[in-house]
Write a protein that binds this ligand. Structure first.
Ligand SMILES: Nc1nc2c(ncn2[C@@H]2O[C@H](COP(=O)(O)OP(=O)(O)O)[C@@H](O)[C@H]2O)c(=O)[nH]1
Ligand SMILES: [Mg+2]
Length: 281
């Protein structure tokens, strides 16, 4: 039990050091704002990124009904870097991979398909995201309700209200929510139908992303400092916990020697007694 706890603490410390290294390596960051999409498998992340980057027909980010994006995939355009991440309800290691892509992101699009409200693991992930963005969470995390063409408008509005309420109740967080349809945008673009494009709200989302992404460049340094402060604090806590274990183990070792030392003392005085008696003969 103690051993496994120590292993967890050491592992945690190594992860923290790796993160710190990544943040402090200057070449690991581009000057362009990084926009990452995350959310459950099948939420519509890849489809959305294709629309936002004008990859209408060629699907730079592979779209599929099943799990497709197993690793982080990036696209660098003239002004931004777009990042597609694996779905959240995949294996643990992939959730880590999703967070790795997002740790470096300036803007996060949290994509949720409006079949219902936020699920438990979506709330947990949003919570981690919110912590990682600190005071910039509300500004730099954008909630996207995807596939709005699949439901009545009334139902979509109802789900959006519910999601907003969940964010406030569980996360004390009030992000902007965009209700979009990638499919309407695609059809509208292919058939030159402005009404469909407008009704897709993809361009509204794109304009908002541009404002947030451009502003994020100035806040990036503050975020890096805040992330490093948080990492240092967690390292200190981990070190303090390891030190408590060390003292505990040392005390236990000491205690286990007490009866043995007593036995040796008794033995020594018995021998001395014998010796004295022997000398007196
Ligand atoms: N009706 C509709 N389907 C969509 C929309 N966006 C994505 N999809 C479909 O949802 C499925 C999953 O999309 P994908 O982008 O690969 O999801 P990801 O796993 O989050 O990347 C695919 O079958 C897409 O065609 C949309 O706006 N409307
Ligand atoms: Mg995908």
């Amino acid at each position: 039990m103690v051993n496994s706890n120590i292993a967890i603490l050491i592992d945690r410390k190594e992860t923290l050091c790796r993160k710190a290294d990544l943040i402090l390596t200057p070449s690991s960051r581009s000057d362009k704002p990084m926009i990452a999409a995350c959310g459950l498998v099948n939420a519509g992340k890849s489809y959305l990124l294709n629309m936002l980057t004008q990859h209408i027909d060629d699907e730079f980010f592979p779209v599929a009904d099943q799990r497709e994006t197993a690793r982080v995939k990036m696209l660098e355009t003239d002004n931004y870097i777009y990042v597609d991440t694996p779905g959240l309800d995949a294996s643990d290691s992939d959730t880590g991979e999703a967070m790795t892509g997002i740790d470096q992101a300036d803007v996060v699009l949290f994509v949720h398909q409006p079949q219902g409200e936020l699920e438990e693991n979506e709330k947990e992930f949003l919570c981690r995201l919110k912590q990682s963005f600190g005071e910039f969470a509300e500004q730099n995390i954008i909630l996207v309700l995807s596939k709005t063409d699949k439901e009545e408008q009334e139902k979509i509005d109802e789900i959006a209200d519910k999601v907003q309420q969940q964010c406030l109740e569980f996360l004390n967080f009030s992000p902007r929510i965009f209700k979009v349809s990638g499919q309407r945008f695609k059809s509208g673009t292919q058939q030159h139908k402005d009404g469909l494009i407008r009704h897709s709200h993809i361009n509204d989302l794109a304009s908002h992303i541009k404002i947030v992404a451009d502003a994020s460049v100035e806040t990036r340094d503050i975020r890096v400092i805040q992330t490093i402060d948080a990492l240092l604090e967690r390292m200190e806590l981990t070190e303090a916990e390891l030190e408590r274990y060390r003292v505990n183990v040392q005390n236990k070792l000491h205690e286990s020697f007490v009866p043995f030392n007593r036995l040796i003392d008794t033995l020594r005085s018995t021998i001395e007694n014998f010796e004295n008696q022997y000398k007196n003969i």
